[in-house]
Write a protein that binds this ligand. Structure first.
Ligand SMILES: Cc1cc2nc3c(=O)[nH]c(=O)nc-3n(C[C@H](O)[C@H](O)[C@H](O)COP(=O)(O)OP(=O)(O)OC[C@H]3O[C@@H](n4cnc5c(N)ncnc54)[C@H](O)[C@@H]3O)c2cc1C
Length: 477
């Protein structure tokens, strides 16, 4: 029996004609938490999760660092949701190309968009398209084996210096992956092409550069402690940069995280050696620098050779209580052969979806998508959750509270209007449409075959899994 027929049989055994047909777009934390809460709150709900990838779990698989296995345990909870008989996962189904938003809205009573943020903010400065300049997202997808970027092949061999722009947790992740001894990464689920490149890497020096000072560094203490603990690492933080003003004191009074981060940086600065020894890995925290342009190598090969920075100073920002960086007109060049921009992810709009381009999110009120033309009017049956709803911030658990809010809005709306009185073809309609378009659907059962194969390959190499990293292999399962 084909996927379509098997699915339809299951649909009719699990669902009744009065089912509330729900489609969740995106199988990251926001999608799975939404599905879980919908299934719990609505016994008549049948929830289909679609994802453009053949693999589920979003950034838990392709974002979270390979040396953070404990963070990925949440996958067990998401798998239990997928096994609920009223839930289905359909991978290799992309909103926008496999199926349009207006089609989904016709097929389902409720559509919840949870497709994350798969693009990057840009600096808009000269040289940003030089080779050797990548976004942190690209680099992370590469080392995590995302099938869209397994071919990235960043050049780690022709330079000893990388500059990471940004000082948030993602910046710390990419810096740590560059600096950690590869032998320690060999027992993680890092993609083997990345492990091989890191073993051959000549990068010994990483600059983590921020526009503002140590009090404003956007990372958290746990991640900072982890990078500072890398074996045999030389850490450089200029004493001058640690001078704080009364405005800094005020910021730290309002945020325990900032206080802790500042204390850790101060401690690291005072306890570090004065000079690195030869071949020692080096981590430089560089504060008060704003990228002005990327410098091309002198042979004009189109490769990055450094970054020109403008020095900054802090000034008060009206209303926010936080300080912002202002240029001083003084410049400094820093040489490097690799730049990773960790300045933020950005969501991508799809046709027919209201979108706030300045914030990079879908305009919504407590998860109800509101129309851009008819200001503030909720769009019937359309909801949003996760990074697409609130922007690319927060940890996995933040999406749980976010899903709670969105599902509460859905429940309130259903109380006001019985959506199931209108016909919606739901799962059957979607699968028929995908079959007509000859789109190969990857079910959760298919994913479990991929999962077993990855674990089998991993066990041969002393790793928890060896990821399949190209579309062909993933779709062959
Ligand atoms: C590098 C990195 C490291 C992180 N590390 C941690 C950590 O250690 N601990 C922690 O708690 N949090 C961490 N986070 C944060 C956490 O990953 C996010 O909070 C969370 O993944 C956001 O969930 P989401 O569901 O909104 O988006 P995502 O997880 O991005 O899921 C979106 C899903 O939508 C799918 N999709 C995209 N476009 C389409 C489309 N057109 N059609 C269908 N499907 C589509 C994607 O394939 C993806 O599966 C990290 C984030 C990053 C970027």
């Amino acid at each position: 029996m084909g996927v379509f027929r098997a699915m339809i049989a299951r649909t009719f055994s699990a669902a009744t004609s009065r089912s509330l047909r729900v489609c969740v777009v995106g199988s990251g934390p926001a999608g799975f938490y939404t599905a879980e809460k919908m299934l719990k709150a609505h016994e008549e709900a049948e929830v289909d999760i679609i994802d453009r990838l053949p693999t589920p779990f979003g950034l838990v698989r392709s974002g979270v660092a390979p040396d953070h296995p404990e963070t990925k345990i949440v996958i067990n909870q998401f798998s239990r949701v997928a096994h609920n008989e009223r839930c289905s996962f359909f991978g290799n189904v992309s909103l926008g190309s496999s199926v349009s938003l207006s089609e989904l809205r016709q097929i389902y009573h409720v559509v919840v968009l949870a497709y994350g943020a798969e693009s990057d903010r840009v600096l808009g400065i000269p040289g940003e398209d030089l080779s050797g300049v990548h976004s942190a997202r690209e680099f992370v997808w590469w080392y995590n084996g995302h099938p869209d970027l397994s071919q990235l092949a960043p050049d780690l061999k022709n330079t000893d210096t990388a500059i990471v722009l940004g000082q948030g947790n993602v910046a710390l992740d990419v810096a740590r992956i560059l600096l950690r001894p590869p032998a320690e990464l060999a027992t993680t689920d890092i993609a083997s092409h990345a492990l091989a490149a890191l073993k051959e890497s000549s990068i010994r020096k990483v600059y983590l550069v921020g526009r503002r000072g140590p009090v404003q560094a956007a990372c958290t203490a746990k991640e900072l402690r982890e990078i500072l603990a890398i074996k045999d690492l030389y850490v450089n933080i200029k004493q001058d940069d640690l001078q704080i003003t009364s405005a800094d004191e005020e910021e730290m009074k309002n945020s325990r995280i900032r206080r802790r981060v500042y204390d850790l940086l101060s401690k690291a600065s005072s306890s570090s050696q004065t000079h690195p020894s030869s071949g020692q890995p080096e981590l430089h925290f560089t504060f008060f620098r704003k990228p002005d342009k990327f410098l091309e190598s002198s042979d004009k090969s189109g490769h990055v050779a450094g970054v020109k920075f403008e020095k900054t100073t802090l000034k008060a920002s009206a209303g926010s209580g936080n300080q912002i960086a202002a240029g001083t007109g003084q410049y400094e060049d820093l040489k490097c052969g690799l730049v990773l921009k960790s300045i933020g992810y950005k969501s991508i709009p799809v046709d027919g979806l209201p979108f706030d381009h300045s914030k990079g999110v879908v305009p919504n009120i407590r998860g109800r998508v509101v129309s851009s033309s008819d200001v503030g009017q909720p769009v019937d049956g359309l909801y949003v959750c996760g990074w697409l709803k609130r922007g690319p911030t927060g940890i996995i658990a933040t999406n749980l509270y976010d899903a709670e809010e969105t599902v509460t809005s859905i429940s309130e709306d259903i109380k006001k209007k019985d959506l199931t009185s209108e016909f919606a073809s739901g799962r059957e309609g979607l699968l028929q449409l995908l079959e007509n378009r000859k789109i190969k659907v990857v079910t959760f059962n298919d994913w479990e075959k991929i999962d077993s194969e990855e674990k089998r390959l991993g066990s041969l190499m002393g790793k928890p899994r060896e990821k399949l990293t190209n579309w062909k292999d993933l779709l062959a399962k």
